[in-house]
Design a protein around this ligand. Structure first.
Ligand SMILES: [Zn+2]
Ligand SMILES: [Zn+2]
Length: 357
């Protein structure tokens, strides 16, 4: 039985969460209504929305229901749905694109070039911090039975984003990998690099809690406290040569420069962490050592499907980096904890039981 009103969380932009009672939407053509089972909080929510509405363009928050990392179960389908049905478990690819521009046709709705139709869940259209979520069928990824909803929510943004970045630079058993920033995205990078066979994984973070978590979960072989000696320390851990691959998940200027300097000759670095700046000296830091820097933003729908298939094959459960779970009523506490950084991934679970039609 679907209710007519539901609780939903909004972010007014003053470091609080507001819970409001709003109507449950009805799915129109090509749309599906999900009971939200898991909705995780992203660093971007904190950076661009929670404290202040700082985001612009694709990160502009339009006062909608928050949350862009949802997974749930379909409870109603509008006319014209072609693949999924009531009862199916799904992940929401968190940007609804126009579907017909070049980027959308490549599966990269994140880069949709339609100013009129591109709408990200939790930014410009209602997101997952509610009991129900209205989504377009084309934005949904099938969640296999052996993965949990919390696994799925992690794929919706963090794990999907990292998987894309790792595909761009390529990771294999010859590689020592450096991860700067051990928040949820950095931890996801550690988990995926392990499964891709990286020979040695080194992590850097300011927070002792996060470094300890990375080691406890077996996602890093060595961890370093962030500081000016980092590039030298990483070279010491890699026979004086540096890492083959570096992944910046910090968005921090010093960490990015250290990651680039700790990357060896012919190595590759990829930037995933958003915001901020970086300063480096192109000749010694990049050109003379024949290095490459990649940028990577979210992922495509097809790579997200591929990741889901591999998670099952690898028996990898992204849920393992979720350290705290809250009900929707406790969303305020959940965002406050995430903003403190003293945690792994923080999840809100708006509805719990499976709904069978
Ligand atoms: Zn996110
Ligand atoms: Zn588009």
């Amino acid at each position: 039985m679907i209710k007519t009103t539901m609780k939903a969380a909004f972010l007014p932009g003053n470091s609080t969460v507001e819970i409001r009672e709003v109507p449950v939407p009805e799915p129109g053509h090509g749309e599906m209504l999900l009971a939200v089972k898991a909705s995780t909080i992203c660093g971007s929510d904190i950076r661009a929305i929670y404290h202040q509405h700082l985001g612009k363009g694709p990160e502009g928050y339009q006062g909608v229901i928050a949350g862009h990392e949802p997974a749930g179960q379909i409870v109603a389908a509008g006319a014209g749905c072609r693949r999924l049905k009531v009862g199916d478990r799904v992940i929401v690819y968190h940007i609804s694109g126009c579907g017909v521009c070049n980027d959308c046709r490549r599966g990269y709705m994140i880069s949709c070039s339609s100013a009129e139709y591109r709408r990200a869940y939790g930014w410009q259209r209602d997101g997952g911090m509610a009991e129900y979520l209205l989504a377009e069928e084309k934005d949904l990824i099938d969640l296999p039975d052996s993965l949990t909803y919390l696994d799925g929510a992690q794929v919706a943004c963090g794990f999907g984003t990292v998987y894309e970045a790792l595909q761009k630079v390529g990771i294999d058993g010859n590689h020592a990998v450096l991860i700067t920033g051990l928040g949820p995205v950095g931890l996801a990078a550690g988990a995926l690099c392990r499964k891709l066979g990286a020979e040695k994984i080194i992590g850097i973070d300011l927070s002792a809690e996060r470094r300890d978590l990375a080691v406890r979960l077996g996602l890093c072989d060595s961890v370093l406290a962030a500081g000016p000696q980092n590039a030298g320390q990483v070279r010491d851990l890699t026979g004086g040569k540096g890492v083959e691959r570096a992944i910046d998940c910090s968005g921090n200027a010093e960490a990015r420069a250290a990651a680039l300097r700790a990357t060896r000759k012919w190595g590759r670095m990829v930037m995933v962490g958003e915001g901020g700046t970086v300063a480096f000296n192109p000749s010694p830091d990049l050109i003379h050592d024949q290095k490459a820097i990649y940028g990577s933003w979210v992922t495509s729908t097809w790579l997200m499907e591929e990741l889901v298939e591999r998670l099952v094959r690898w028996n990898l459960h992204p849920e393992e980096i979720v350290t705290h779970r809250f009900s929707l009523d406790q969303a305020d506490e959940a965002y406050r904890l995430m903003a403190s950084g003293r945690c792994g991934k923080v999840a809100v679970c708006p509805t719990s039981s499976e709904e069978r039609s």
